[in-house]
Ligand binder design. Structure first.
Ligand SMILES: [Zn+2]
Ligand SMILES: [Zn+2]
Length: 367
């Protein structure tokens, strides 16, 4: 009976429960989690920013060891180390064949239903099913996930480091390396310097950006941004960040701007501080009711700006996870520095509180 952190209702503290776990069905594997990052999206399910149905085992940024393999699964052996991909990528659907695994059709329904690919879930308690967030449920000592939602990794990578790759790093670094088209020498701005924003910053650095302007309202986040490669810090609580960025760029705006918060105001600012012909990349997850207001002619058409959405860092996980681990091994990607503390699954509510209070780096659950 694995111990799991279960979200029992909107704005309710997570309950630590012993849950039942069914054996993997065809196409699934059972993973003993080594670690799980606590991501802002977990909090967003609990507070209703993202839609969830309850009870649900949260957690979607994990890594662990394969302990059981369902029928028809190829490519995995018992004992393999894997990173959980919360977007399962089948490799066969329309989008996967176009090289856009992050849009894979296989797991789309699961994202809505809180089940696995067939809509059902392997967690239960007293015979009542418990949903699993995003085909994952990594806030559990063990989880059954689709085999196409796992990426094999070398065994010498510590699992707490590997776990981070699964969401925040793929999303942030992917936004810079995959979604955006950063050219060598570019000037980049990043609005929002939380966990994902820091990864956008280090991704922009890897992509060859010269100037990286970090924008946030919290000084502690800006300090972290500097450590991850930001060259200029703008504290948005000191005044309008758009005019500040214009001042810094001879009134041109930046080549590529990223929004990593998900608020109407900051998204609109991100588009406005992008230069003529530049790209605004929207990474932050807004509440579902958020609508944008942009000056269509002067703000977008005349300026020839591209506004791009970014889901899961536009990642193809089977190739991007190994690529990111290579950057890590070469010392170009900071991962250890993203972890602020290692906790037990019993302390996950404290990690949520720290996140709400503005803690930048990740709490990582170790099992
Ligand atoms: Zn996440
Ligand atoms: Zn697919």
């Amino acid at each position: 009976m694995p111990k799991a952190a279960v979200c029992v209702g909107l704005n309710e503290p997570l309950e630590i429960q012993d849950v039942d776990l069914e054996a993997p069905h065809a196409g699934e594997i059972r993973v003993r989690m080594g670690a799980s990052g606590v991501c802002h999206s977990d909090l967003s399910i609990q507070n209703g920013t993202l839609m969830g149905s309850f009870p649900m085992v949260l957690g979607h940024e994990g890594a662990g060891v394969v302990e059981e393999i369902g029928d028809g699964v190829t490519g995995f052996e018992l004992g393999d180390h894997v990173v959980v991909s919360w977007v399962p990528q089948c490799g066969e659907c329309y989008f996967c064949k176009k090289g856009q695994g992050f849009l894979c059709e296989a797991g789309q329904m699961a994202m809505v239903t809180g089940g696995l690919l067939d809509g059902s879930t392997r967690f239960s308690r007293g015979g009542e099913p418990i949903k699993q967030m995003a085909c994952s449920g990594t806030f559990s000592e063990q989880a059954v996930i689709p085999a196409i939602g796992a990426v094999k990794i070398p065994k010498d990578i510590p699992l707490d480091i590997a776990a981070l790759i699964g969401c925040g790093v793929l999303t942030g670094v992917g936004a810079a390396l995959n979604t955006a088209n950063i050219r060598k020498g570019d000037t980049v701005a990043v609005i929002g310097c939380g966990g994902v924003g820091l990864n956008v910053i280090q991704g922009a650095k890897i992509a060859g950006a010269d100037e990286i302007i970090a924008i946030d309202m919290l000084a502690n986040k800006l300090d972290m941004a500097k450590e991850f490669g930001a060259t200029t810090l703008v504290n948005a609580s000191d005044g309008d960040p758009v005019s500040k960025v214009m001042e810094l760029t001879q009134q041109r705006g930046v080549d590529v701007a990223f929004e990593v918060i998900g608020l109407k105001q900051t998204i609109e600012q991100t588009v406005m501080l992008t230069r003529r012909g530049g790209e605004a990349v929207l990474v932050g997850v807004p509440r579902m009711e958020v609508m944008l207001e942009l000056p269509a002619f002067f703000g977008v058409v005349l300026m020839s700006k591209t506004v791009k959405g970014c889901w899961y860092g536009s990642s193809n996980v089977q190739t991007d996870v190994p690529k990111l681990l290579e950057y890590y091994k070469r010392g170009e990607l900071k991962l250890d520095e993203l972890i602020s503390r290692r906790i037990s699954v019993d302390d996950v509510n404290d990690a949520f509180k720290a996140m709400e209070a503005g803690e930048v780096a990740r709490s990582v659950i170790q099992y």
